[in-house]
Design a protein around this ligand. Structure first.
Ligand code: HEC
Length: 248
């Protein structure tokens, strides 16, 4: 009986440790997104169109739906988010053919429609903020979260090129192993550190919306549902009192 209990306790205690190991050790930052902010979503949509759709698609999303959900007029939609020759009911597809991408990068850029849900918003936020200069890589860049990623450092112009900080740690055989301890700002980019964080946060907010367009709506609906239930509870309580007042 005892050893079985001990085993059960170990499994229960070990579970969170196993889960945290799944992030490969590099700590994820808090994306702190707000999908109910129209302004953030609108900026994010512009960022994604200008900086991501060159390689990635969001093929489950139509421009027309983005316009409706983000309160944009058709004119604003055409001026800010669409390139010439596109139709309002088109889905957000990249113009880069997959064979071309594979040839250039060695891997096809994943579709971004569900990426915020499959990887998590904190992951996508940290990934976009964790590129750094690495001359040993074909793209000249590497990533702290996804080591040896083939995605180029596309936001280097805005962020500047970050530099890695390494630490020496003893390896399993006692030899010293170089290990990425963190990132430091290197050459400056067009945006300040806070502005860049805002840029990435808006981008991730839009991707979060794309992965579940009804989320913001569902949250605001939820408030009304709870209010209704509270009022209904009060109403039934008084009704009960009324019915039972003569029965003593
Ligand atoms: C020049 C082409 C290019 C552009 C522009 C680009 N990406 Fe990528 N992206 C890639 C490729 C290629 C991969 C596959 C990476 C790999 O497998 O290592 C990728 C992978 C990703 C991943 C998945 C990472 C993972 O864990 O598998 C995310 C998230 C992502 N990109 C987001 C973005 C966002 C957001 C933008 C716009 C700010 C963007 N990308 C712009 C080429 C690009």
């Amino acid at each position: 009986m005892r050893p079985a209990r001990l085993l059960a306790a170990l499994v229960v205690l070990g579970w969170p440790i196993a889960l945290s190991a799944a992030t490969h050790g590099y700590p994820l930052l808090d994306a702190d997104t707000d999908v109910s902010s129209l302004a953030s979503l609108q900026r994010g949509a512009r960022n994604v169109v200008n900086y991501c759709l060159g390689c990635h698609s969001a093929r489950f999303m139509r421009y027309s739906q983005v316009a409706t959900d983000l309160a944009l007029t058709e004119e604003e939609l055409r001026d800010n988010l669409m390139f010439t020759g596109m139709r309002v009911y088109d889905t957000m597809l990249t113009s880069m053919p997959p064979e071309q991408a594979r040839e250039w990068f060695g891997n096809v850029p994943p579709d971004l429609s569900l990426i915020a849900r499959s990887r998590g918003v904190d992951y996508v936020y940290t990934y976009l903020k964790s590129f750094y200069g690495d001359p040993s890589r074909p793209t000249g860049a590497n990533n702290a979260v996804l080591a040896n990623t083939v995605m180029p450092y596309v936001l280097a112009g805005l962020q500047g090129v970050q530099q890695p900080r390494y630490e020496e740690k003893p390896g399993s055989n006692g030899e010293s192993v170089r290990h990425l301890a963190g990132l430091e700002s290197g050459t400056p980019g067009e945006l300040s550190a806070e502005e860049f964080d805002g840029f990435v946060r808006d981008t991730v907010t839009f991707l979060e919306y794309v992965s579940e367009p009804a989320k913001a709506q569902r949250r605001s609906l939820g408030v009304w549902v709870i209010l209704y239930l509270l009022m209904f509870t009060a109403f039934t309580y008084f009704l009960k009192k009324e019915y039972w007042k003569d029965v003593k």
